[in-house]
Unconditional design. Structure first.
Length: 232
C-alpha cells in the first residue's frame, strides 16, 4: 500500500548519559549497526521515510545520506526538542505536512524482532512489562486497545513500545493538534491515539528491545534480535 514511515529522533537522549555526549542516540550501535539503521531496513527501499531531527542532527543526516543513497529521506528540523512543551507529540506534529497519508510511527529507541505491518488498519505496538507506570500503556480486550493511559499507575499489562500504524491519519492529527495537555512536561503522542479508540485500534504484540536507557541498551546488545522482549 501507499504509506510513509516517521521516525522520531530529535530528543537529547539524556537517559543514556555519556552515550549521547557526542552523537544522537539514533547512532548508538546495536550489533555493530546504528539503531536507526535497523529500523530503516525494516522497510522496502521505495518507502519514503520522514525523520524528526534536532539534537546533534548532523550525526544522523550525514550518516544516513552516505549509507543509504538510494532511499528518500525527509529530515524535519525540530526547533523545540528539550524543555517544557517539547516531547514526542510536539516533534510528530512538526512532521504533519509530510504525513498526509497512512503512516507507520517509530520511536528511534525502539527495536523489534518481527516484520512491520503496513498501516492497512490502525494498530498499536505493545509488549508485556512488569510495571507499566513508566510507560504509555494500553488496556487490551480481544486484541483491541480499549483504553490508553500515559505514565500512571494502573492495571494495564501492556506498554506501548513507540511503534504504531496510523491508517486514519486525519482524526489522529486533529486530536494531536487540539489536545495540548502535557504529561511530565512533554506533549505525548498518546494525545493523538486517543481519537483512534473511537474507531478500531488493534493491539499488535512485538518482541521489543528498548534502547533508550543504559540498562535496556545493555539488554539489547546481548539479545537483539533473537531474545525475548525487554521486560521494562
Amino acid at each position: 500500500m501507499d504509506y510513509k514511515v516517521c521516525i522520531l529522533a530529535a530528543g537529547m537522549g539524556t537517559r543514556m548519559k555519556h552515550f549521547t555526549r557526542t552523537f544522537n542516540k539514533a547512532i548508538i550501535p546495536i550489533q555493530g549497526k546504528p539503531s536507526i539503521c535497523h529500523i530503516i531496513e525494516k522497510f522496502p527501499e521505495q518507502i519514503e521515510i520522514v525523520i524528526a531531527v534536532g539534537y546533534k542532527k548532523e550525526t544522523i543526516i550525514d550518516y544516513l545520506n552516505v549509507q543509504y543513497q538510494h532511499r528518500k529521506f525527509i529530515f524535519v528540523d525540530i526547533d523545540h526538542f528539550e524543555g517544557e512543551g517539547s516531547g514526542p507529540g510536539y516533534s510528530l506534529l512538526q512532521c504533519k505536512e509530510y504525513l498526509q497519508c497512512p503512516f507507520v510511527f517509530f520511536s528511534v529507541d525502539t527495536l523489534v524482532k518481527e516484520d512491520i505491518h503496513p498501516p492497512e488498519q490502525n494498530w498499536f505496538g505493545v509488549a508485556k512489562v512488569s510495571d507499566t507506570s513508566r510507560f504509555c500503556s494500553a488496556k487490551v480486550e480481544n486484541s483491541i486497545v480499549v483504553r490508553i493511559d500515559d505514565k500512571i499507575k494502573c492495571d494495564n499489562e501492556y506498554a506501548f513500545i513507540g511503534l504504531a500504524g496510523i491508517k486514519d491519519y486525519e482524526p489522529f492529527w486533529t486530536s494531536l493538534s487540539l489536545d495540548n495537555s502535557l504529561i511530565k512536561g512533554e506533549k505525548q503522542v498518546s494525545n493523538g491515539f486517543q481519537s483512534l479508540l473511537k474507531k478500531t485500534l488493534l493491539a499488535k504484540n512485538f518482541t521489543w528491545f528498548d534502547t533508550g536507557t543504559p540498562e535496556a541498551h545493555k539488554y539489547a546488545l546481548q539479545n537483539y534480535p533473537n531474545g525475548i522482549s525487554f521486560g521494562g
